[in-house]
Design a protein around this ligand. Structure first.
Ligand code: DC
Length: 680
């Protein structure tokens, strides 16, 4: 895909399950490969950078096999047979793409492995420094040579005799990954090894991840401040058996910022108080901007400041260099100049991130100053030409302010996943934004734009009494806007049918909920499939309708279908039809419509439908029965304790008694337009 066009977004709310951490995934893979014993790594990130590591390990003879299919959010479990410190493959050429977390630690391990290896990457990787690591390895006798430019990959590695008599002296001010690489590789020698830093160490929290994971694999490093590290003599790494990768805290930053900018609450699951990743501190930085943050053991939640206005900041962000990029975009929504300091490492990442961020932020109308290791971002107070601003929102929890971002900007992404991901947030400024080469997010988060859509894509929720015509109208509105469509009633009907077919009684709440949780349903155009079987007609029978209404009253069934319904929210937007769309499933829906009509008009429509289906037109007395039936159903629907039929306070009432379908669609569009003004 050349680009993704994001429409202006007005708010963000919802829950995102994070894919696994890149930093932890690649470290765990290498530790498991070097350990004695078999390790099962659960929730491993499935992305470009982890595939690079998996492929390299396979090439040096490590047995790594997937044990589950990749999940929808892009993670997987792997079984790694450890090689007890000695890679079986003694001669290999390894391509490391642009994965810093793979090339640095692997280079150090290979240098101590007694083989001959060539290590290379994409052209940008050959511009990213590795000299400090190579210097450290050479001090202990490793034979690592540059085959391109001195100080940069590609490298050629030869067997060597290692001497650990003296401490290894290494710089820590360009990348903390050099220290991580040495720390992870040195236990392979079996001897005591000492590392001394010759400079200030940057990005310290990443070293904490390294030490934490090494300890889980049985090697405890002694640390004296951030200056001296002692790796004890010993038998090397031991598999801890089964390990879990936590969610990626850097990836969390985009969603937390979306909550702070776009109202929220946005909750990320997979990181929290218990996280070992330094990037969770991004939440504290958002808090200094006034965002409201709450923490659980395994989740973090962010909402806009109580007064809706994010505040300017001046922060040293050395400890969260990756997540700091997200703050640079959040700065567009702040009430003044925001300064990000101590971020020199940006210059040697996937691209020169200081140049990239400054260039792209300016396109959006920001004033950006930059220095060697800092950047300052502010939005001019006056409206810039061509800017589109959102109307002030009527309800609390809307976008922090209407910034005057330049509309219709094309953001270049420099083959840098984080540039693509953080600039998506600019659309919350109520302007259309084009992200060029969005596929680069696959480096760490292949499904990023789906996940972002799941909290930020606009939702139009349509509810109403039986036979109000809401299904047809909702479908027509979705088609007119090019939005996705969720017929939630169909999910309840499918569940009822699946239960029937499985011999599960409709009043067996737990069993029906289990059916709902596993529902093998697929929608394709007008057709609906259950386990590959076309059930489009079968779910519309009276019998299944009765079953659907019974099982829809069971709370466990409703909650089993909750996430499945929310997953329909994707760019460019969703029209969701059904009972609790605006109250439970999408409470922050941009547009809520309650479609109704007098019972008489609805009965008349039902009667006409029956005639269209072939009933002779001489059954007018039936009309009374239909009317009775509808009134009874309205009463039951309104009285039921679970998801009763009622109009949400913030839903527009559209009475279609006097309207035909076209007029009803037009009336709904009247509700939609002022709230989603960018739509035609
Ligand atoms: O809209 P429909 O007739 O296809 O819905 C089938 C049944 O499911 C109906 O009894 C209403 C119920 N339902 C629900 O309780 N909640 C929804 N979101 C959608 C439908």
């Amino acid at each position: 895909m050349e680009f993704i066009q994001l429409q202006p977004l007005s708010r963000a709310a919802g829950t995102v399950r994070l894919p696994g951490s890149k930093s932890i995934s690649n470290r765990m893979l290498l530790l498991a490969a070097l350990a004695t014993g078999e390790t099962e790594i659960r929730d491993l990130l499935d992305s470009d950078d982890t595939r690079v590591m998996l492929a390299a390990l396979a090439k040096v003879g490590v047995n790594v096999t997937p044990v589950t299919p990749v999940t929808a959010i892009g993670q997987n479990a792997y079984r790694v047979t450890g090689c007890a410190g000695v890679f079986p493959g003694k001669d290999a050429a390894l391509f490391m793409g642009n994965a810093g977390t793979a090339i640095r630690p692997l280079t150090a391990a290979l240098a101590l492995s007694g083989g001959h290896y060539c290590v290379s990457g994409v052209p940008r990787m050959h511009e990213r420094p590795i000299g400090d690591l190579v210097d450290g390895l050479r001090q202990i006798g490793c034979d690592v040579r540059y085959t391109g430019n001195a100080g940069f990959p590609p490298l050629e590695i030869f067997p060597a005799r290692v001497n650990l008599a003296e401490p290894i002296r290494v710089r820590g001010d360009v990348s903390s990954q050099f220290l991580t690489a040495l720390l992870m590789a040195l236990p392979l020698t079996g001897k005591t090894a000492v590392i001394e830093m010759t400079t200030e160490l940057i990005s310290k929290p990443y070293i904490e991840i390294t030490l934490n994971l090494m300890a889980r694999f049985g090697v405890t490093v002694e640390r004296e401040g951030w200056r001296r590290f002692t790796i004890p003599a010993g038998p090397g790494y031991r598999s801890p058996g089964v390990v879990h990768v936590e969610g990626d805290a850097s990836s969390a930053s985009y969603f937390l910022a979306a909550g702070a900018i776009g109202g929220g609450p946005v909750r990320v699951e997979g990181v929290g108080r218990q996280s070992i990743q330094g990037d969770v501190k991004f939440a504290n930085a958002l808090e200094t901007m006034g965002a409201r943050i709450s923490w659980g053991d395994n989740w973090i939640e962010a909402s806009a400041p109580a007064d809706g206005q994010l505040k300017a900041f001046d922060l040293d962000l050395n400890h969260i260099p990756d997540a700091a990029m997200t703050l640079a975009v959040a700065a567009l929504f702040a009430d003044g100049k925001c300064t990000l300091r101590n971020i020199a490492s940006w210059r040697v990442k996937e691209t020169d991130r200081i140049v990239a961020m400054a260039t792209e932020l300016r396109k959006l109308g920001a004033t950006v100053e930059e220095g060697d290791d800092w950047i300052a971002v502010s939005m001019p107070p006056s409206k810039s030409a061509g800017a589109v601003s959102m109307p002030p929102s009527e309800s609390a929890g809307a976008v922090s302010r209407a910034p005057t971002l330049q509309a219709n900007v094309g953001i270049d992404t420099y083959d840098d996943h984080r540039v693509a991901m953080c600039f998506a947030l600019a659309a919350l400024g109520g302007v259309p934004v084009r992200i060029n080469d969005p596929g680069c997010v696959a480096k760490t988060f292949p499904h990023y734009f789906d996940a972002f859509g799941a909290i930020a894509a606009p939702v139009i929720a349509i509810d109403g009494p039986s036979a109000s015509g809401k299904g047809t109208v909702a479908q027509r509105v979705a088609a007119a806007l090019g939005f996705h469509f969720l017929d939630s009633g169909a999910l309840y009907r499918l569940t009822a049918l699946a239960a029937l077919r499985a011999g599960v009684a409709w009043d067996d709440e737990a069993a029906v909920a289990a059916v709902a949780a596993q529902l093998p349903a697929k929608f394709s155009g007008e057709q609906t499939f259950l386990d590959g079987d076309d059930v489009s007609a079968a779910i519309r029978t009276e019998e299944v309708g009765i079953g659907a209404s019974k099982i829809a009253a069971l709370p466990a069934v409703r909650s089993a279908l909750l996430e499945r319904q929310r997953a329909y929210r994707r760019f460019p937007g969703l029209v969701a039809d059904g009972r609790d769309m605006g109250s439970v499933i999408f409470p922050a829906a941009e547009v809520k419509v309650f479609l109704t009509a007098s019972a008489e008009a609805r009965a008349e429509r039902r009667y006409k439908q029956l005639i269209d289906k072939g009933m002779p037109d001489n059954m007018r007395p039936l009309l009374q029965d239909i009317l009775q039936e509808l009134r009874g159903r309205d009463a039951r629907d309104a009285a039921r304790s679970v998801a009763p039929l009622r109009r949400c306070d913030d839903a527009d009432l559209v009475d279609t008694t006097e309207l035909n379908i076209d007029e009803a669609v037009a009336a709904v569009m009247e509700s939609v337009r002022p709230r989603l003004p960018f739509l035609n």
